[in-house]
Design a protein around this ligand. Structure first.
Ligand SMILES: *[C@@H]1O[C@H](CO)[C@@H](O)[C@H](O)[C@H]1NC(C)=O
Ligand SMILES: *[C@@H]1O[C@H](CO)[C@@H](O)[C@H](O)[C@H]1NC(C)=O
Ligand SMILES: *[C@@H]1O[C@H](CO)[C@@H](O)[C@H](O)[C@H]1NC(C)=O
Ligand SMILES: *[C@@H]1O[C@H](CO)[C@@H](O)[C@H](O)[C@H]1NC(C)=O
Ligand SMILES: *[C@@H]1O[C@H](CO)[C@@H](O)[C@H](O)[C@H]1NC(C)=O
Ligand SMILES: *[C@@H]1O[C@H](CO)[C@@H](O)[C@H](O)[C@H]1NC(C)=O
Ligand SMILES: *[C@@H]1O[C@H](CO)[C@@H](O)[C@H](O)[C@H]1NC(C)=O
Ligand SMILES: *[C@@H]1O[C@H](CO)[C@@H](O)[C@H](O)[C@H]1NC(C)=O
Ligand SMILES: *[C@@H]1O[C@H](CO)[C@@H](O)[C@H](O)[C@H]1NC(C)=O
Length: 676
């Protein structure tokens, strides 16, 4: 009897171990048409909905979400030949009610499922500041990134990238797919609420990693979007987890995965599209409208057409009669700048002869006109007077041309130039919403809302960081203020007039004073020494941040200066009282507090206490923590160093003589850490 029992027990054990073996083999391939019964390992705010939809993030700010296949996959890394895998999944990104999108998601192969230390926002929940780029990560990821992060050399738009151990992609491309039926590439929007499919195939024999993207209705394109040579046997370990990460920033969208198949020993099977769960529809938009009464489109078209016909006819007549108006100066040395040279005749026509009607601004450097080159191509033309000699002119033109090579979504693009006697014309992209000061101080309600303001601040910070650190040479702006921030059609902030301050250096502009810049935004040490640095730009940016948050000019007659006023509010433990009344109390408290305190540190009289633009960017993105909790020590530290640096009862007026305090506070970090 006992023997019979023992033998039964043996058989049961045998059968059990056999079936686990079979399962273990299956674990190298799987298919999920929806995730109803999937026992995925979830992390962050990821959840699986009852209909089988895997949601990685919602639209909450600065969140992370993870989902991993729970058992490790065995990769044969002993030789590169035998290593292959293939995966296919359908995902969806649904914008939030403000139609923002951020930050993106990844498919990841990693030695661990623990990403609790990774950072959200631009780090996509994959890495953090200290492990980004380390060879010891052994991480391969394919990123679907919807926000441009210049610090990771991102392409300018929604993009797909292959990332090895780092968020700086080995190879990336804007989201497009090859349409076999039309025989051409077509662009693809990711954050639409529509389903998108992606195939990731690796073949160790060719060492080729292919990534292919397509809308759900299109079969797998014959040409991949990315096809990169890479030896994964050097990167992957034998036992790896596969899954997804996603993150949101101060702007956010929902990230979903609908179905997923993975295969380590052959092509990943297709999903059964009919069985996939459906995506929730995008929420109704709640963007505050800028416009009041709408004029019917047809009427606008008729008006515009009529107006341009009349003006063009008159303009044309004028052109014929006064041909010599088009005279310009063109010298031999300019030949190499041919492509950047724009003829005066074209500019004259585009601006309808520099009519006052087309005048859109007047600044320190000259008048700015709006122009239309072709039906949809609008430009802004800046006329700058100059009286410099040939040598200085040569140098300046060389610089203008090099400024034209600066490319960043938060810089107003310089397109080219033209030269006439005593006059230089600079041609820029046209910004339909004009300069920020006009919008900020207008009485139109609703004014810029908080989300728009913080987006503008982040944008300008990112543009300035690019000028300071990410281009081949350091470019100082020297005149940051709302009047030099221009707004595009979507109210993104762009820095204008960068590099132009150099005109003064070349003596091109008759000058009454050595100082370039605007009173109220000038750092005390600049007023003392006349030497501009990245730190004097940070000072101006600090004042600018305060101005955008408070809706007040830095210096107004019969009013306490903006900086002092914000400090007063902080002293009274009511720093939020400084907020712009036009916001009508609608803001995110922590963000406003961060902007105000960070603005104060940036505009600190002691340059050593100011953060760098890179730090400012990290604080604004939430990638580094700026302590805004009610913390008396932070205030005390600020006050102590502030008083020491200014050493006077009337800070602003006397800053220039007195701020050379020998006792320097160390960097902002030590203040913050000391304040904890
Ligand atoms: C997002 O998910 C988290 C965790 O489930 C929840 O606390 C939060 O309210 C959600 N946010 C939104 C906007 O749905
Ligand atoms: C890994 O690949 C090598 C070379 O192709 C082969 O000899 C070896 O048996 C493979 N190992 C496993 C565990 O499959
Ligand atoms: C949402 O924003 C995108 C660009 O950011 C734009 O193309 C799209 O039309 C917007 N959608 C709506 C419904 O306004
Ligand atoms: C970054 O992540 C690693 C582990 O992935 C962790 O050890 C480290 O402390 C993290 N660093 C920061 C600054 O959070
Ligand atoms: C590309 O991948 C390799 C590993 O194959 C890595 O060592 C290298 O740093 C990556 N290059 C870039 C530009 O990220
Ligand atoms: C989403 O898909 C529908 C149906 O295929 C299509 O008509 C629509 O243009 C798509 N939306 C976007 C923004 O691509
Ligand atoms: C990757 O794409 C290239 C070019 O289309 C193709 O020749 C190769 O077979 C593909 N490799 C894999 C693993 O799909
Ligand atoms: C289409 O996209 C692929 C991959 O990004 C690129 O290599 C190719 O040059 C593009 N073709 C055209 C005609 O733009
Ligand atoms: C994996 O590949 C093998 C061989 O091509 C195929 O028979 C199997 O169906 C695939 N499995 C999945 C889940 O894709």
């Amino acid at each position: 009897m006992a023997a019979a029992l023992r033998s039964l027990y043996f058989w049961i054990l045998f059968i059990l171990s056999f079936s686990t073996l079979a399962l273990a083999q299956d674990q190298n391939q799987f298919i999920y048409n929806g995730f109803h019964e999937a026992k995925l390992h979830l992390g962050g705010i990821a959840t699986i909905h009852p209909n089988g939809l895997l949601q990685l993030t919602n639209t909450s700010e600065r969140q992370k979400g993870y989902a991993f296949y729970p058992s490790p996959i065995k990769f044969n890394t002993s030789s590169s030949q035998s290593l292959l895998f293939s995966t296919y999944f359908v995902f969806g990104m649904v914008p939030g009610s403000l139609n923002f999108s951020g930050h993106g998601m990844t498919f990841v192969i990693s030695p661990s499922m623990d990403f609790s230390e990774a950072t959200a926002t631009a780090y996509l929940g994959l890495f953090n500041t200290s492990n980004n780029g380390l060879l010891t990560n052994h991480v391969l990821a394919v990123e679907l990134d919807t926000v441009v992060s210049p610090e990771f050399k991102d392409l300018d738009g929604e993009h797909v990238g292959i990332d090895v151990n780092s968020l700086i992609s080995n190879e990336s491309a804007l989201a497009t797919y090859f349409s076999d039926s039309e025989g051409k590439n077509k662009s693809l929007k990711l954050v639409t609420g529509n389903q998108t499919q992606i195939w990731i195939d690796y073949n160790g024999a060719e060492k080729l990693l292919n990534v292919t993207l397509a809308p759900i209705s299109v079969p797998k394109p014959s040409r991949p979007l990315l096809s990169t040579v890479i030896d994964l046997s050097q990167i992957l370990l034998e036992s790896m987890y596969v899954g997804f990460t996603a993150s949101t920033g101060t702007i956010a969208n929902d990230h979903y995965v609908l179905g997923w198949s993975f295969n380590r020993s052959g092509k990943a099977d297709n999903l059964d599209v009919s069985k996939l769960p459906s995506l929730p529809p995008p929420p109704p938009l709640s963007i505050p409208s800028k416009k009041g009464r709408q004029i019917p489109d047809s009427m606008i078209i008729v008006l515009v057409v009529a107006l341009s016909v009349v003006l063009l006819t008159i303009g044309g007549a004028v052109c014929i009669v006064r041909k010599k108006k088009y005279e310009e100066i063109y010298e031999g040395w300019e030949r190499e700048y041919g492509p950047q040279r724009i003829s005066y005749k074209n500019l004259y026509k585009a601006t309808k002869g520099f009519k006052d009607k087309e005048l859109i601004g007047e600044g320190g450097f000259g008048k700015v006109y709006r122009g239309v080159l072709s039906s949809s191509d609008q430009i802004a033309v800046k006329r700058v007077c100059h009286n410099s000699g040939q040598q200085a002119m040569k140098q300046f033109v060389a610089e203008v041309v090099s400024m034209g090579r600066l490319r960043h979504r938060n810089l107003v693009q310089l397109r080219g130039y033209c030269r006439r006697k005593g006059e230089l014309l600079l041609v820029y992209d046209y910004m339909p919403n004009g300069s920020l000061d006009k919008v900020l101080y207008s009485n139109i309600r609703p004014n810029l809302n908080w989300f728009q303001r913080i987006r503008i601040l982040r944008g300008v910070a990112s543009g300035l960081l690019y000028l300071h650190e990410d281009w081949e040479q350091i470019v100082l702006h020297r005149d940051i203020k709302p009047g030099n921030i221009l707004l595009d059609a979507d109210l993104n902030g762009k820095l204008g007039d960068f590099g132009l301050a150099r005109l003064y250096d070349h003596g091109s502009i008759p000058q009454t004073t050595n100082l370039v810049g605007t009173v109220g935004y000038l750092a005390p040490e600049f007023l003392r020494t006349g030497k501009a640095t990245t730190s004097t730009d940070v000072f101006a940016f600090g004042v600018f941040m305060l101005e955008v948050a408070c809706g007040r000019k830095p210096i107004e007659p019969a009013k306490v200066d903006l900086v002092d006023w914000v400090i007063d509010c902080w002293n009274k433990r009511a720093i939020l009282d400084a907020s712009d009344p036009r916001l009508e109390g609608l803001y995110v408290e922590e963000q406003l507090e961060l902007v105000l305190k960070l603005g104060l540190f940036c505009s600190h009289p002691n340059p050593d206490t100011r953060p760098s633009m890179r730090q400012v960017m990290q604080y604004l993105d939430g990638d580094a923590k700026f302590d805004v909790s009610p913390n008396s020590n932070l205030l005390d530290a600020f006050r102590a160093s502030y008083n020491e640096a200014s050493n006077t009862v009337m800070p602003f007026a006397s800053l220039f003589e007195n701020s050379s305090s020998s006792h320097t506070m160390s960097t902002i970090d030590s203040i913050l850490n000391g304040g904890r």
